[in-house]
Design a binder for this molecule. Structure first.
Ligand code: 21W
Length: 252
């Protein structure tokens, strides 16, 4: 997959793209990231990329000309690309959208700064707007990194152990469960017995039940989206039975 990123601050992305899983994916050519600075597409002496908003008000707006020129310089190569503007007004990013975008051959990510881009950029070239959540950031660069990292994990070959992707929270629709490693007892806190039992089937069932328990407790909205198996329904019934039992215990 190739991702073109349009940003006034390529220095924000560069170091992150060099490290760890992303760095390896790029090195192994499973992913190609090209950073383009719209400032390089300005025509004036001051390389102006922003201007004051018509109608007045605070802040600056990113100008049309450098953005159209920059995006058109990429589109020459392939006109079918999705152009994604990272914007607080966009569709909230979730794993379903990540999976959908990971199917594309090419993407263009547009990072804005200041109060955003001239609306004619959105009307003229942007195909999708994506937000990473309901909080205020200073621009689209960190959201673009979030999106790139999430997409990269869905690309074939990037994660060696595909099982760890499939069992991941949000891939399978459930939150992750508690994890333990050695020592078996630390400051009088012990690892659950079942994990030490060596009974693989018992461990698998226990883990599924714990995943359902923690998800039911913290994110019941995720349970509503699940396709439940027969076993899931049994486990949920067990959890419900445990719950009504403890409820009785705390009654007078
Ligand atoms: C933040 C730009 C606020 C514009 C109401 C009306 C990209 C982002 C961003 C930014 C405003 C994302 C206003 C989650 C984010 C991003 C910069 C609008 C003035 N408010 N996902 N007018 N959060 N943020 N502010 O901030 O570019 S994806």
């Amino acid at each position: 997959m190739r991702i073109d990123v349009l940003t006034l601050f390529p220095e924000i992305l560069e170091p992150v793209l060099k490290e760890s899983l992303l760095g390896k994916a790029i090195e192994e050519e499973l992913l190609e990231i090209v950073l383009t600075n719209p400032r390089d597409f300005t025509q004036d002496r001051h390389r102006t990329v922003d201007d004051t908003p018509y109608g007045g008000g605070a802040g600056m707006v990113m100008k049309c000309e450098p953005l159209f020129a920059a995006i058109e310089s990429l589109k020459d190569r392939n006109s079918l690309k999705r152009v994604i503007h990272l914007s607080p007004r966009g569709r909230r990013l979730d794993q379903d959208l990540v999976k959908e975008l990971a199917q594309e051959k090419d993407l263009v990510l547009l990072c804005s700064r200041y109060e955003g881009v001239d609306e004619r950029v959105v009307e003229g070239i942007v195909t999708d707007e994506v937000s990473i959540g309901d909080y205020v950031l200073s621009g689209g660069e960190v959201p673009a990194l979030v999106l790139i990292e999430a997409i990269s994990r869905m690309l074939p070959g990037v994660i060696g152990d595909w099982e760890s992707v499939e069992t991941d929270s949000f891939f399978n629709g459930l939150l992750g469960i508690a994890q333990y490693t050695r020592p078996q007892t630390f400051r009088e806190m012990s690892v659950p017995d079942v994990l030490m039992s060596g009974h693989h089937e018992a461990i698998r069932r226990w883990r599924r039940k714990e995943a359902l328990r923690v998800t039911l407790q913290r994110r019941p909205d995720l349970i509503d989206k699940l396709v439940l198996t027969k076993e899931d329904n049994e486990l949920l019934a067990e959890l419900e039975a445990e719950r009504s039992r403890t409820e009785k215990e705390i009654q007078p």
